[in-house]
Design a protein around this ligand. Sequence first.
Ligand code: ATP
Length: 645
Amino acid sequence: MSSGTDTQTLEFQAEVQQLLNLMIHSVYSNREVFLRELISNASDAIDKLRFEALKQESLFEDDPELKIRVDFDAEQRTVTITDNGIGMDRDDVVENLGTIAHSGTKRFLEQMTGDQQKDAQLIGQFGVGFYSAFVVADKVEVFSRKAGVEPQYGVHWSSEGKGAYTIETIERSQRGTAVVLHLPQEQEEFCDGMRLRHIIRKYSDHISVPIEMPAQSGSAPQQSEEKGAEQGEEEQEQTPQWEVVNRASALWMRPKSEISDEEYKELYKHVAHDFEEPLTWLHNHVEGRQSYVSLLYIPKRPPFDLFEQKPAHGVKLYVRRVFITEDTEHLLPRYLRFVRGVVDSDDLPLNISREMLQHNPMISSIRSASVKRILDRLERMAKNEPQMYAEFWESFGRVLKEGIAEDHGNREKIAKLLRFSSTYEEKETPDVSLDDYIGRMNEGQNKIYYVTAESFNAARNSPHLEVFRRHGIEVLLLPDPVDEWLVAHLNEYEGKQLVSIAKGELDLDQLTGEQAEQEKAQREEKEQAYKDLCSRLQEKLNDKVSEVRVSHRLTDSPACLVVGEYDFGVGMQRLLQAAGHNFPAGKPALEINPDHQLIKRLDNEAEQRLQDWALTLYEQSLLAEGGQLEDPAAYVKRVNSLLTE
Ligand SMILES: Nc1ncnc2c1ncn2[C@@H]1O[C@H](COP(=O)(O)OP(=O)(O)OP(=O)(O)O)[C@@H](O)[C@H]1O
């Protein structure tokens, strides 16, 4: 077969080399998954061919029976996985087996610690597809021919996984791909029919195309890759000694009661390209105005590209068992982009193109029903399986929060699923729902209070919390950058307004009950007493603050900054500016604490020193908000001079 021309030796892309090193030296314990990965690729290749053949039937050539074959040769110590799918040409092979297009790969590799145990776990999480062949093989060969091209444009790829591979053009009559694994002696256990069958049943039973192996009863056909290619498909078709070893039907079409958890989990690993088990799944057979099946999985851990603009994987769309496309934008909204699985429609046209998905009413209705199912499932999980929900929230809470801005129709439902930290227990792990908060609200309280900050500690130590602590009012602590977006879009929940404690004037009178009248009188007195100081400070800070006023929020801090009720918080302003948005930022107000020693002293300060104190108070308050000073050196100098005078 190797009538090789244009033989080239090429180096792997640096990332592939790194991956291969990991594979070869990996302590990855579950070695048998190499077969699952290669069968998974073979099945994808068959799915692609079936889809392309909808438009161009000739791609089937004279070999329309799609199948995967797993063969072995104990003497030669080889295992061969053959498919008659879409195949690859020379460029495809270089592109697919020499480089990695995954956007998340770099990040994955950066996370490698050098600790073999930990790295093996990461590899498991990431999944390395084709390269897992090198977990068991010391040499891998790929023979392929793309569907529809002439036999003389076959391609042979070969590598020992050590930095380089060779590639040559060969004659190959058979369409599709064969991967030949050469096993070292210590891996010869895999050259065993029973063992291979067992692995296929364990991991690949759900694959919907037949997976064939040499029949156990008859003598195994000693049909090496080369022999197969020379003899052509016809003879292969007639070879009687092959038998199907998997169930070869689309798992999602079977009734739920007939599918074991193990089967669900293995299908997940195939469709999600994940080595780990899913957190949970939802399987629905829908009949009615349109019929379709959806099997949607919620993974355990976020994929490496969760925050990339274009995620690599999504939900697989099938029409009457024919794979159409892996969709990342139409079947589910962006805030559910972590969901994986299959939607198989009976009613969509087989020739539906990716472009047509956008405006298709059937797709929209599948989408809204799926969103509802997922949100309902999450709600049930939150209620009945709080441990599992906490795991979900840790992995995908940040993404789900985007839904508040993205999905008006489901805002209440999503809001119910949100989890925050709060001053109730001050746990950094967010586990307080808005319903929990409402359930604990003080008598007379009709607002949900929150504070946003750069970090959990900054939120928890915010000076704005002081008055709330004094009155025992719970405040939600929101340290995540997306929280600013979230609260900008979630004005109320269950009729209760969400209010930032760092914005606008506070009105807690209703809440503080009997003390209110008394406090109010005291406040007015203090406002009067500090009126003069306020206006003197304001004069000094005219270009920085809109107003200087007596605070009702503070007990321990001398001052704080308060933005207008409808302005972005200080943190959000910084985010927007960093993202290049120019917007007229309203000036904050500076509130001073009339009971603080520092403020009490200021009244008697001379003009120049008051100027320095005014600036220092302003800058301290900015720092306490996590802000940055325009001129830190001047601040340090000023503070030092105030300290030493
Ligand atoms: N049997 C095959 N037939 C045709 N193309 C294949 C085959 N095996 C691999 N490929 C091509 O090589 C690419 C890389 O495969 P690989 O298994 O490394 O990654 P993947 O399947 O894309 O993703 P993952 O690593 O998440 O499984 C595939 O996307 C596919 O284009």
